[in-house]
Design a protein around this ligand. Structure first.
Ligand code: FAD
Length: 451
């Protein structure tokens, strides 16, 4: 369960950074949803300016340390690296980790809390990657930001969901502290909708960013599902993050149902935690799995068994009610069989939070999937002061997408509140992040700050 990728040594980082071609208009920048200026930070590592490299990363992406560990770099920055056509691509993720770990280990602060404040106040619902990404940029633009987080720890799924062998929760919690060091206030254990109403937020704050992520894991809705031994893979993964590892309940024969990254993370972690047998069953062919090929190969390397075209029909129990197995049917030949198991983890997706969203903001527009409809450039919703981003708007992508959407919202909120366009950074201009269209209402100041 240790982090599976070793950090680069100083010499290794130097050697890898010197291989970079420092492309003009580099494809790796375009491939990053937060637009990190990859060639610039790699050049700084090559020059021995590692803290400055970290500043370049964190200015674009406040969760640069966790993205260095959890991003599917093989399909993002490293997948776009031109060297990859003929040689090994630059290990951008590992170099990013090298730079961000360098400052964390030495306690170096590279981002400054602004000395002047705008007087505007922004509320953020949810302290996951989207909320933190938005908060960090707004705070650095001088606004007063309060994050309302229902859990005891902020960080969202970055703290409680990402596989333990990719990143320890400590990295995510360090990033939460970094955001707080910029002046952001996090009010923990405040469940918006229960402890606080939308009306209170809208009257007390100049803008609201909704970043609540997705809800609990979906159920199979099969006979026999309710009862001991069956749980959501998300709850199992959460236990791994919150309990001593030797206290996490692991079956002898673990069966995971699903074909996405959560399913593959769950089966890998069950095996790594000592389950003698861990099997994943997916109802379609392997090529239809939404899990990344790299993650699938990790599960295979951990000795997990993978079954395809296996549609579950019924959860089987003994006369005493104990879980004994799952009956499946093969999707093409119609053959039925029983997979014995004493622990079943369900990983077929997370529920949307459409009921919560509608009860809090009755006129907020949602799509047919129950996600908030937002403007792709500004993360703005149909409600004037309300923006949204991350999983609750994109339906469930990656940490880096959530941060990117939070950043877009921060820039758009800043422009809405002040009427000013911040000088676009290299990253924002390259990625086409929010420029004010002439005369558009959104960009006009809403009012002068009164507090
Ligand atoms: C098992 C699993 C593994 C994953 N692995 C990876 C990976 O390896 N790499 C990767 O890039 N991505 C991964 N992801 C996806 C990634 O974690 C998400 O895309 C990302 O966390 C979304 O960020 P978010 O801020 O939108 O939502 P979340 O991370 O879900 O954060 C939402 C926050 O809002 C809070 N909240 C919710 N409702 C309320 C309320 N009413 N009041 C106050 N607070 C509230 C929640 O407590 C939470 O802290 C994984 C996801 C899962 C489920």
């Amino acid at each position: 369960m240790e982090e599976m990728t070793d950090p680069l040594s100083d010499q290794g980082a130097l050697a890898e950074s010197q291989r970079c071609l420092y492309c003009y208009d580099a494809p790796c920048i375009h491939a990053c949803p937060t637009g990190i200026d990859v060639p610039a930070f790699i050049k700084k590592i090559a020059n021995g300016e590692v803290a400055s490299a970290a500043k370049t990363i964190l200015t674009a992406n406040i969760l640069g340390a966790s993205c260095a560990r959890v991003c599917p770099t093989e399909v993002l920055c490293e997948g776009a690296c031109v060297l990859g056509h003929e040689y090994e691509p630059i290990p951008i993720g590992r170099l990013q980790r090298h730079a961000t770990d360098f400052i964390t280990k030495r306690g170096i602060s590279v981002l400054k809390k602004p000395t002047e404040t705008s007087g505007f106040r922004v509320a953020i619902i949810g302290g996951g990657p989207a909320g933190l990404g938005c908060a960090a940029d707004l705070a650095q633009l001088g606004h007063r930001v309060v994050i309302f987080e229902k859990e005891r720890d902020a960080g969202g799924l970055n703290t409680r969901g990402v596989a333990y062998y990719k990143m320890k929760p400590r990295v995510s919690l360090d990033e939460v502290r970094l955001v707080e060091s910029l002046g952001v206030e996090i009010r923990r254990e405040v469940n918006v909708g229960v402890d606080l109403s939308a009306g209170e937020l809208l009257s007390e704050y100049d803008a609201v960013f909704v970043a609540i992520g997705l809800g609990c894991g979906s159920r199979l809705n099969l006979p026999g599902e309710s009862g001991p031994g069956v749980r959501s893979a998300l709850d199992f993964i959460r236990d791994i993050h919150e309990m001593p590892l030797d206290e996490v309940a692991i079956g002898h024969s673990v069966l995971v149902i699903g074909g996405g990254n959560t399913a593959i993370d769950a089966v890998s972690q069950a095996k790594r935690l000592g389950a003698p047998s861990a099997t994943l069953a997916y109802r379609r062919k392997e090529e239809r799995m939404s899990a990344y090929a790299f993650e699938v190969s990790l599960a295979r390397a951990a000795d997990c068994r993978l079954l395809f075209q296996a549609k579950p029909l019924e959860v089987l129990r003994s006369a005493e009610g104990n879980l004994t197995g799952v009956k499946f049917v093969h999707e093409t030949n119609g053959k039925e069989w029983i997979e014995p198991c004493d622990q079943l983890l369900v990983a077929i997706g997370q529920n949307k939070q459409d009921h919560w969203l509608k009860s809090l903001f009755p006129t907020l527009e949602l799509n047919s999937q129950g996600c908030v409809i937002t403007d792709p450039l500004t993360s703005r919703t149909n409600l004037p002061k309300v923006f949204a981003g991350g999983d609750c708007a994109n339906g469930g992508k990656e940490v880096v997408n959530a941060v990117g959407e939070g950043k877009k919202a921060a820039l758009a909120i800043h422009q809405m509140l002040t009427g000013k366009t911040p000088i676009p950074t290299l990253q924002s201009s390259r990625r086409g992040i929010a420029r004010p269209p002439a005369g558009a209402g959104l960009w006009n100041p809403v009012r002068k700050p009164t507090h």
